[in-house]
Design a protein around this ligand. Structure first.
Ligand SMILES: Cc1cc2nc3c(=O)[nH]c(=O)nc-3n(C[C@H](O)[C@H](O)[C@H](O)COP(=O)(O)O)c2cc1C
Length: 340
């Protein structure tokens, strides 16, 4: 993204050029095999994905807007923009700010509302065989449940992903994902209401991710998505005003990757649930890092602001990476982290 990565990407490229340490290049291919020999399929609970690359919520619209640019059928799946019971206008502009190696956004969960999604977007998405995951949010337990009930009646959704990084207005504005008791309450209620697998997308800024992961598991989650953006503030030193209309926003992109890979690793040791990892993925090697740390699949977000075809390119890149590494079944990478 000219505007989202102008500084960060240059820094990264420079760092790589200046860093003269030996790099771990993929091993030479011992037996050259055709693409058909690499099995990219993975499962997340009961759902089988043709590959582990899923477009992340909020960075890929409702999927349909990308259909002219991207072969949606090549993706493992896509998560649509967060859906609320009523349409929402979102936050005041400016909504995005470029940072070193990432970006901060305050979109304010703008969306068409779950009913318009079902009536206008879902019929178009049903033309594709890629799994569609509906990201769900609300400001109260009842609002979350209303979204789920509407979605239950519609065909063409593979799973629900609960965004728990939302303020609970009934509990003084504390985020659902910030407290194991609040988290357990929303996950338990959503699981009861849901006719589909329930993924819970955890907030990254918690004391111990294992505790939140366990709370979600015990309340009935079918999978965890780790993680959402990191609360951040960027301001103009001259005016001392924030660069964002909402003052604070969420940091995403390559800057957050090492922190989130660590969260995936810790959560995978605390629970048996499958984990979908995301944060800063830009290359096939990034995907392998998340999977080695314990993820079953990954999502790609901010990279779409640099290249709207990023997810599709990553599927191709991953296939090549596996062939070069002689990894013929990608699911074998899960949890393959070795001691240093
Ligand atoms: C512009 C923007 C909008 C987002 N909207 C949502 C959303 O509606 N629901 C949600 O759960 N996450 C949302 N996210 C968070 C992303 O899905 C993802 O968790 C985060 O950006 C980290 O991944 P990345 O570094 O690959 O972008 C949004 C992120 C961005 C950058």
């Amino acid at each position: 993204m000219r505007f989202a990565f102008s500084t960060g990407t240059r820094c990264l490229i420079l760092t790589r050029v200046l860093d003269s340490r030996p790099v771990n290049l993929p091993q030479p291919v011992t037996a050259l095999t055709g693409p058909a020999d690499v099995d990219l399929s993975v499962s997340v609970g009961t759902l089988l994905f043709q590959n582990p690359v899923i477009a992340a919520s909020g960075t890929f619209g409702y999927g349909v807007e990308f259909a002219e640019l991207v072969d949606l059928n090549r993706l493992g799946g896509l998560v649509v923009k967060g859906l609320s019971a009523q349409p929402m206008d979102g936050a005041p502009a400016p909504r995005i700010w470029d940072t070193a190696s990432g970006m901060v956004n305050a979109i304010g969960l703008q969306n068409v509302g779950v009913r318009a999604f079902v009536a206008e977007k879902l019929p178009l998405l049903r033309r594709y065989h890629t799994h569609v995951i509906a990201n769900v949010f609300g400001c109260s337990v009842e609002e979350y449940l209303e979204v789920i009930r509407v979605l239950n009646e519609a065909d063409g959704v593979a799973a629900y992903e609960l965004n728990v990084s939302c303020p609970n207005v009934e509990k003084g504005g504390a985020e659902f994902g910030s407290d194991p008791i609040l988290l357990s309450g929303i996950v338990g209620a959503a699981k009861k209401a849901s006719s589909r697998p329930l993924w819970v997308k955890l907030a990254p800024t918690v004391g111990f991710i294992g505790l939140m992961a366990k709370a979600a598991e015990e309340a009935g989650a079918d999978a965890l998505t780790i993680a959402n953006t990191y609360p951040a503030l960027c301001l103009d030193p001259h005016t001392r005003k924030s660069h964002l209309g909402s003052t604070t926003g969420g940091l995403s992109g390559p800057a957050i990757k090492p922190i989130t890979v660590r969260l995936v690793h810790e959560a995978s040791r605390a629970v048996k649930l499958p984990i979908v990892g995301l944060g800063g993925i830009e290359s096939p090697g990034d995907i392998v890092e998340y999977m080695a740390a314990g993820a079953s699949a990954v999502q790609v977000g901010t990279a779409h602001f640099v290249d709207p075809r990023a997810s599709e390119g990553l599927v191709e890149g991953l296939e090549k990476w596996c062939r070069d590494d002689n990894t013929l079944r990608i699911s074998e990478l899960k949890g393959s982290l070795k001691k240093a």
